[in-house]
Design a protein around this ligand. Structure first.
Ligand code: UN1
Length: 504
């Protein structure tokens, strides 16, 4: 008989507890919906209140733990992820569908982030600067904010929670994490790791449930100082509005409609590998995914033929099977959206060159599988050019000149990632300067950001903050400017400054 699925609990104040609602929801495997990964707490505002109260109480002690010591715990959590990498990757594939090679990379991002942030515990530099007055000291230091609400997505179920949690903790904040309802197990694992390496009770709290019943109260709670969210632009806007009345700091990482420019002079084999990986890796479900491919006229038809041939050869299936190239859509709703965009693009007159259909047959019957799909002759007026699909649907667009290619890249509501394939160094540098995105790649696809560099986008992708790199500390800390007067007398800034320089 099949093993009964585990019921997973919330983690509040160092205890694993059931929701006050006594309700749970099922987490299912998108490659096989008969496989129930587990049941998770269907929490509400009362659980959020308990978690925030625990985080608030713990904050008063945690903020006083020296940053290098906080960093040491973050490092231990990184080692714990390292030791458990394979199991964590398997769990992530089972709950969200992407192939094992990619979930291993997802966990690796968590490890990288932990080790990077651990080091920040011994840097976290402020500045000292001369005062305008004699015998006076001036300096800056970082201070934590308090309780941080972290609302995390399903597409990078391990990496993105660590992008938020590791810098938040090393800066001295305490956290309440609400994972996406599609991928609560991976964050449960991460929190288990935090418990195992000895984070004090209340520093890390975990509450599962819907955006409406858990996310929204977290945004509105007066004791939450910051909300960091990754997900769609629509939900990001709602979060920003929910946080506005209490002037919370908000970090938003949202949509993308990222483009690759393929110039006539590009190494086409290289561009082909990059575009396929960018478009169909993670089943197209990355905010950095390549969803538009802009190809210069001279190589347009040739490149389209190359793309179609290779896309048709991609093996679609259960991500747990090592021979598979592309897993399922994360759930029925996402698959429906992907297929709707196929219909929209057809109606708008784009030319389907491969894919476009849901996969059926015994191997696929319990999952959300579709063919890697490519449309050619997409124009800027079409919805497929403008709107984020978050699935394996690539729009290919022809262009004549370099300037036109850059203009097409920038003709976009979003500004996360961009790329150019060219052998011409002048064009590469001009594109680096002129493409309006937060990430840019030369001769590489739009995906593949590394954790020690800032990650984020412009326009409707973000709100000016960055994750990754030391820049992440900017989101999770406040600057304090400090003046120490050791003259023993009142010295008035801007006023008692006239007679300081006496030239005899
Ligand atoms: C995302 O696109 O949702 O750069 C995150 C990348 C990964 C992270 C992507 N390192 O593609």
């Amino acid at each position: 008989m099949a093993k009964k699925p585990t019921v997973y609990k919330n983690y509040i104040n160092g205890e694993w507890v059931a929701s006050v609602t006594k309700k749970t929801f099922a987490n299912v495997n998108p490659a096989d919906t008969s496989d129930i990964v587990g049941y998770f707490q269907d929490s509400d505002e009362r659980d959020v209140n308990a978690a925030v109260a625990a985080a608030k109480a713990a904050y008063e002690k945690w903020r006083l733990v020296p940053a290098p010591k906080r960093g040491e715990l973050v490092m231990k959590l990184g080692w714990w992820l390292m030791e458990n990498k394979e199991k964590l990757a398997k769990d992530a594939t089972r709950e969200m569908g992407k192939i094992l090679k990619e979930t291993r990379g997802d966990v690796q991002e968590g490890i990288d982030m932990a080790l990077f942030c651990a080091g920040e515990g011994r840097r976290m530099y402020g500045e000292t600067t001369p005062s305008e007055l004699p015998n006076k000291w001036a300096m800056t230091m970082r201070q934590p904010l308090g309780v941080c609400g972290l609302i995390t997505p399903w597409n990078f179920p391990m990496a993105i929670p660590t992008w938020k949690m590791m810098p938040a903790l090393v800066c001295g904040n305490t956290v309440v994490i609400k994972p996406a309802t599609l991928t609560p197990l991976t964050v449960w694992n991460l929190v288990k790791g935090a418990e195992a390496v000895g984070f004090p009770k209340g520093v890390v709290n975990y509450v599962t449930g819907s955006g409406r019943k858990v996310g929204d109260p977290l945004c509105k709670h007066p004791d939450v100082a910051l909300v960091s969210f990754t997900g769609s632009t629509d939900v990001g806007r709602q979060i920003n509005l929910a946080c506005a009345p209490s002037f919370k700091r908000v970090g938003l990482e949202m949509g993308g409609k990222n483009a690759v420019i393929v110039m006539d002079d590009a190494n086409l084999d290289l561009a082909l590998d990059g575009v396929l990986w960018g478009a169909f890796g993670t089943t197209g479900q990355r905010c950095t995914a390549t969803s538009r491919c802009l190809v210069q006229k001279g190589v347009y038809e040739k490149f389209l033929a190359m793309l179609a041939k290779r896309a048709k050869a991609l093996k679609v299936g259960d991500g747990a099977d090592e021979s598979v190239d592309m897993g399922p859509a994360v759930d029925e709703g996402q698959l429906k959206t992907d297929l709707e965009y196929v219909e929209i693009a057809k109606k708008e007159g784009a030319r389907l060159i491969c894919g476009g259909k849901r996969l059926t047959g015994p191997k696929y019957k319990n999952g959300f599988f579709m063919e890697p799909t490519i449309f050619a002759d997409v124009t800027p007026k079409m919805r497929l050019f403008k709107e984020e699909v978050f699935g394996p649907v690539l729009a290919v667009v022809p262009f004549k000149t370099f300037e036109e290619g850059v203009a097409l890249q920038n003709d976009c509501l979003y500004g996360l990632s961009g790329s150019i394939y060219t052998q011409d160094v002048n064009k590469a540098f001009a594109a680096m300067r002129d493409v309006h995105t937060g990430l840019f790649y030369v001769n590489a696809p739009t995906i593949g950001a590394e954790n020690h560099l800032p990650f984020g986008g412009v326009k409707q992708t973000g709100n000016g903050h960055r994750e990754g790199g030391w820049e992440a500390l900017e989101l999770f800390s406040e600057w304090k400017a400090i003046y120490v007067d050791f003259s023993g007398s009142l010295q008035r800034a801007q006023i008692d400054t006239d007679d300081i320089v006496k030239v005899e």
